[in-house]
Design a binder for this molecule. Structure first.
Ligand SMILES: Cc1cc2nc3c(=O)[nH]c(=O)nc-3n(C[C@H](O)[C@H](O)[C@H](O)COP(=O)(O)OP(=O)(O)OC[C@H]3O[C@@H](n4cnc5c(N)ncnc54)[C@H](O)[C@@H]3O)c2cc1C
Length: 611
């Protein structure tokens, strides 16, 4: 018996990713608790490809960093398959993400509460959005360029682990024009995004440390050398957890350890008093299924003994899918496509390494949230109501109870003029999201000789629901089927959102920076035609990299997997704390919500320890 097998931990955290490392740091603050983190990927802290914000695209699809999953052929996208990158290193997906820092709205959490979750209101979560980060205001010049008056430093986090800033070297005229385009198109308010309720354009700060201009992510922020040195905290990396060890105890299941698989393929058990799953939205449900918790139907297909029939495991998969329209940049305008020149890349790398300045210090991503819009601007309320009545019949007969509540919530959100249905992003580069099986690397390679700017149009509150299940017990290949656009209203909203791009690029600031008639795809030449807009939506649909909701926090009767203390139904001491526990996906980019949920989960666990 090895020392690993003989030792019993108080807690094993499965997955040293975004949520898992929050738990490692916060729970090991109690020196009386022995904590073990098990991570399948390597510890690559200090790796310049992760640390240099501007090199992020080089990580995608590289198996050293990325699990590199794919969806099943998508029925509503003509059989297209979409890549699903996921971080496979210490720090998980926070190590390979785009670093955008975005906050959801109050209503998102009203919906979580409506789904039977006490203690998860916006008011209760708000402190955790601040606890996880420290905000560094922009320089006066950047503040002016990006029109950042809507952000008040007093509202932001003051001493949290993740560093958040606006790297000055990355911004230019496109970001400025983006801010004014939404104002000109009549969409926007002056709210600070962190207060919930942002509509219109904003520039999300980057999770970048302004003292080094390196990525600030779960591994650098929550697994610092000081935390790592704690005698009660251990890390086992390059180790894959096959399953949770479970036994019957007083009529429910008790977790008492995990079966781990080392890099050489050997397996062994590690024991603990309780277990946290933080393996992400695709892999936490897989581990539950491999352990005998899931839908009877799925488990029996793989001859896995059913310990707990919990049909919600792996279901309810949600993602903010998006589509793209690119415009050639006006003559003389530089975009990230210039990086096709290896000599320029060398120069920028030298600049970054020697002076920590220039475009590689951050990611110049601009965002916006918009209510239902089309090529003319905001859609009249009566038309939104008739769309909702046509496609979202309240109390639909065949809906299960959980889905009925979700659709009722989505309907109220859609009809609320202060909420948004679509998000928009501007990337100063060509992005090709078309094709039958286009890889991440292909999607961002500047294959056209001209310079482009890409506008992304995505769904903030998708109605389509997919699933993820095992393809074999203990396997590393999830069967991912997001069922993008399977709900017809998703296509109706997205296509109208595509049409709004016409209105945006006709705004003077943006118009002068683009060749508005040189578009990819060519069909985007007439966005007032709804059928063409629908085709663009389907042909170029992509993932926002926000899969979530596959171990939803909801009562079991509503199809939930964990309760509002994040304990798996039917178990005593097995919790899930990552993006899979969201019952409904909040709007915008979700890493801040993953950090906030994990922070709150740790406070709940500490309360349970104290009880
Ligand atoms: C390419 C990309 C870009 C993104 N951009 C943004 C952005 O700009 N802004 C934003 O807000 N969000 C962004 N996101 C989303 C955000 O980063 C993720 O939603 C979030 O990091 C997920 O956190 P998690 O803890 O749920 O999972 P992860 O961080 O993925 O952690 C899961 C961990 O578990 C490990 N693991 C899995 N299975 C096992 C097993 N069986 N045994 C042991 N370990 C295991 C994995 O290796 C991983 O380290 C992006 C994501 C990606 C992939």
């Amino acid at each position: 018996m090895s020392s690993k097998e003989s030792k019993q931990y108080d807690m094993i955290i499965v997955g040293g990713g975004t949520a898992g490392l929050v738990a490692a740091a916060r729970l090991s603050e109690d020196g009386s608790k022995n904590i073990l983190v098990i991570e399948a990927g390597e510890d690559r802290r200090g790796d310049p490809r992760i640390d240099t914000p501007g090199l992020l695209m080089s990580l995608w699809g590289d198996v050293t960093y990325d699990w590199g999953f794919w969806t099943e052929p998508q029925e509503y996208l003509g059989g297209r398959q979409i890549p699903q990158p996921r971080g496979k290193v210490l720090g998980g997906s926070s190590a390979i993400n785009v670093t955008a820092t975005v906050y959801p709205t109050k209503r998102n959490f009203d919906s979580w509460e409506a789904l039977g979750n006490k203690g998860w209101s916006f008011k209760e979560l708000a402190p955790y959005y601040r606890k996880c980060h420290t905000f560094y205001p922009a320089s006066p010049e950047t503040h002016e360029l990006l029109s950042l008056d809507y952000m008040n430093p007093d509202n932001q986090g003051k001493d949290g682990p993740v560093r958040v800033c606006f790297p000055s070297g990355t911004y230019g005229p496109y970001q400025k024009a983006w801010m004014s385009a939404f104002k000109g198109a009549g969409v926007g308010n002056d709210r600070d995004p962190i207060l919930g309720g942002k509509v219109g354009a904003f520039i999300p700060p980057n999770t970048v440390d302004p003292s080094t201009y390196q990525r600030s992510y779960a591994a650098s922020a929550y697994f610092t050398p000081d935390i790592e040195r704690r005698p009660n905290l251990s890390l086992l990396n390059t180790t894959f957890v096959n399953r949770i060890l479970l036994r019957e105890s007083d009529g429910s299941l008790e977790a008492y350890g995990v079966e781990a698989r080392a890099g050489d393929g050997s397996t062994y058990n590690i024991y603990a008093k309780s277990i946290i799953l933080a393996a992400g939205a695709f892999q936490s449900p897989l581990i539950l299924e491999s352990s005998g918790i899931g839908s009877k139907h799925v488990l029996e297909q793989h001859s896995i003994p059913v310990l707990k029939h919990l049909p919600g495991v792996g279901e309810n998969l949600q993602d903010h899918c998006f589509t793209t329209v690119s415009f050639e940049a006006a003559d003389g305008q530089m975009t990230m496509d210039a990086a096709r020149d290896p000599e320029l890349v060398k120069t920028l790398l030298k600049q970054y390494t020697e002076t920590r300045t220039g475009p590689l210090t951050g990611v110049p991503y601009s965002l916006a949230f918009a209510p239902p819009v089309d090529f003319q601007g905001r859609i009249e309320q009566s038309k939104i109501e008739s769309l909702a009545s046509e496609y979202l019949v309240s109390g639909g007969k065949s809906l299960e109870a959980g889905m009925k509540t979700q659709y009722d919530e989505l309907r109220s959100t859609m009809l609320d003029p202060a909420e948004s249905t679509c998000w928009y992003g501007l990337t100063p580069a060509q992005v090709d999201t078309s094709g039958h099986r286009t890889s991440m690397a292909q999607s961002v390679s500047p294959s056209r000789p001209e310079n482009y700017v890409t506008i992304s149009i995505g769904l903030n509150h998708p109605l389509s629901r997919g699933h993820v299940h095992i393809s074999s017990p203990f396997g590393t290949e999830p069967r991912i089927d997001p069922k993008y656009l399977s709900h017809p209203l998703d296509l109706e909203i997205l296509a109208r959102g595509v049409q709004f791009v016409e209105k945006l690029v006709s705004q003077p600031g943006l118009k002068q920076l683009l060749k508005v008639d040189h578009r990819v795809p060519q069909e985007a030449g007439s966005l007032d035609d709804i059928e063409k807009a629908k085709q663009i939506a389907k042909d170029r649909l992509w993932t926002s990299y926000h899969p979530s909701c596959t171990c939803a926090m909801m009562p079991e009767a509503l199809g939930g997997v964990v309760n509002d203390r994040l304990v798996v139904h039917g178990t005593k001491n097995l919790r899930v704390i990552d993006a899979s526990i969201f019952p409904m996906i909040p709007l915008g980019n979700i890493q801040t919500t993953v950090y906030a949920v994990a922070e709150r989960a740790c406070d709940l666990i500490k309360e349970d320890w104290a009880a």
